[in-house]
Design a protein around this ligand. Sequence first.
Ligand code: HEC
Ligand code: HEC
Length: 386
Amino acid sequence: MRRLIPLLALLLAACPSAADDDDTSPAPDDDDSAADDDDDSADDDDSADDDDSAWVPELSTEAQLRGEELYATYCTKCHGTNLHGYAADDSPSLRSPTFLATATDAFLASAITHGRPGTVMSAWGADYAGPITPAEVDDLVAFLRAWQTTETQDVHGELVQGDAAAAEALFAGNCANCHGPDGEGETGPSLNNPWFLETASDGYIRYALSQGRPWTPMDGWGELYPDFLLDHLTALIRSWATPVQDTKVPPFEPDLSQPVLHEGNPAADFSELLREDLYLPVADLIAAYSAGQALVLLDARPGSDYLAGHITGAVSVPFYRVEDAVPFLPQDDLWLVAYCGCPHALSGDLVEQLSALGFPRVAVLDEGWFGWLGEGQPTTAGPEQY
Ligand code: HEC
Ligand code: HEC
């Protein structure tokens, strides 16, 4: 809920009525008003009282049905069963009308394949050590497309001319609280991500600014700001673009031959340290880790994230491949600590599966991968464990 506070403060300070009373909105994309009367409901409730937001498509094609299955396996933990997002902290909606009206198939396929490096959105593509083949990416796109309720907006030909510098103060004052000072993302998604900027057209960005994302914390600014300010903001976001690093990697098979860290040393004991019997504070992991106590660290994210960087000594056990790992994991007195980026959704899922399989001592690293990074603790990139 913390993301709502800055929004409310902003609305009160900036303009008490315009943003939440949208009936004069141009909202050119829809005639059924789903997108222009929902701001209030988005603030206190994601969906329940809005028909369109509760709507579920009937899937008809084979591709959509395969996509549905892939989505259930890989995506629901964060983006939610009905695509409204925020199942794990800050994972955006994938069905907001303005999003699907302007996100092209190519944009969606790239977001899935390459992810948003540096954020918790992984590269899922098989060419990047993720689990999803290019054909399956197309199935996922077909599935996402089935949720579109408003007409496609052809905004991509529009080249926006603006003055990036003229928008800096505006961004700092009105956007940075959610998107971070340099657009690196906070409660709102990153806007400076190379893969985002590689695939989002000027028109896509400007339309998002102007119309917002119904059913989410992102309001439309088109009523508050004159056109030239939207142009300046678009230019500022565009100015953050840097070349993408498109490095494909060979298929990655995790090496589970030596899962135990500090094997032979006295075992770590976390039994008295867990919050809610499940979450291990990063400070306690650091203490056991630096004391050389024996334990097993499981990286629950897709292989692409493991290769980009993992806790030194951790083994890769993506949450969707637990069966492959089970024969290698010790079931004795050693603790198994899982982590992911989000910071609990994928590690929590992995730990739940391990508990169900009879592993008695399992925990989730409370602050996750980014907590470990933030403490400046040892990490390793590439397939090597150490
Ligand atoms: C209250 C927090 C908040 C504020 C303030 C806010 N945003 Fe957002 N913004 C979000 C969220 C959350 C999303 C993702 C919504 C979703 O689809 O679930 C978003 C989405 C976007 C997107 C689309 C990104 C994409 O990947 O499609 C753009 C562009 C954007 N915001 C720009 C801005 C700019 C510029 C401002 C300031 C004028 C701003 N936002 C203010 C929270 C905020
Ligand atoms: C661990 C949580 C997590 C999982 C699992 C996950 N995502 Fe995401 N996804 C995110 C977050 C967080 C972002 C925004 C990242 C950022 O800051 O740019 C995102 C962004 C996206 C975007 C871009 C949205 C936009 O507005 O620009 C798409 C499309 C997407 N995810 C699709 C998927 C699909 C399909 C899957 C399953 C294959 C998936 N995601 C799995 C967390 C997740």
